[in-house]
Design a protein around this ligand. Structure first.
Ligand code: 5GP
Length: 217
């Protein structure tokens, strides 16, 4: 497949000072910086929507949203795809299904895929599928999910990852649509959590030492 341009955030990018933006008061001491402002996230997703619409063409899109982290990205991406349809009078049918994956806390990620709820994805058979995931780190989760999805014989499968981490042996080739390639730092916000906190933050931010301690389990 054709590779789209990737927006790279460099290793030495410190983020924007918190004072320059608005954010929930209850996280005042818990973040170091605004790494990617909400507006920039939205502009980038609009661009990804163009790529997706071009690739899927006249096929309807069966969107498979990976919960919980992927819900904001999924909802905004689908919304932009619908706007493109309205503005060009060439609508793309979208249907959204959800899958919840478990990633273990204070543990190594494994090759096993832990699906919470039904493992039966037979609604994917013969469909053009778009997997929507907030962040791809080592890629183990995505690799396992792709394998599982493949067993249901979809017509085609593409992957959208809002963030892809720049790590050794990184998983670039797994992700067809990349929002941002970021350094190997732990980020939160825009539905990404740290022990369930920070999902209610619109920007993507770097958590502070205080925040890490405060919400540690
Ligand atoms: P992978 O299997 O690619 O190593 O890990 C993917 C999963 O790890 C993601 O679905 C996400 O739940 C979690 N993860 C990895 N990096 C981060 C991060 O920087 N912030 C948050 N909130 N979750 C992350």
């Amino acid at each position: 497949t054709e590779r789209h341009d990737v927006l790279q955030i460099k290793d030495d990018w410190p983020g924007h000072s918190l004072d320059l933006f608005t954010y929930p008061e209850h996280y005042h001491e818990d973040m170091e910086s605004v790494y990617i402002p909400h507006g920039v996230i939205m502009n980038r997703i609009e661009r990804l929507a163009h790529y997706v619409k071009d690739d899927f063409g006249d096929d309807g899109i069966m969107v498979l949203c990976v919960l919980k982290g992927g819900y904001k990205f999924c909802s905004d991406l689908v919304e932009f795809i619908k706007v493109l349809g309205r503005n060009s009078n060439k609508y793309t049918e979208t249907r959204v299904e959800f899958i919840r994956l478990k990633s273990y806390l204070n543990d190594q990620s494994t090759e096993d895929l832990h699906i919470i709820g039904s493992r039966d994805l037979s609604f994917l058979r013969g469909k053009s599928v778009l997997i929507v995931e907030a962040i791809v780190d080592t890629g183990k989760t995505m690799k396992a999910l792709l394998q599982h999805v493949g067993t249901f014989e979809p017509k085609m499968v593409k992957v959208a990852g809002l963030l892809v981490k720049r790590v050794p042996n990184m998983a670039q080739h797994l992700t067809d649509y990349v929002g941002f390639e970021i350094p190997n730092r732990f980020v939160v916000g825009y539905a990404l959590d740290y022990n369930e906190y920070f999902r209610d933050l619109n920007h993507i931010c770097v958590i502070s030492k205080t925040g890490k301690m405060k919400y540690k389990i």
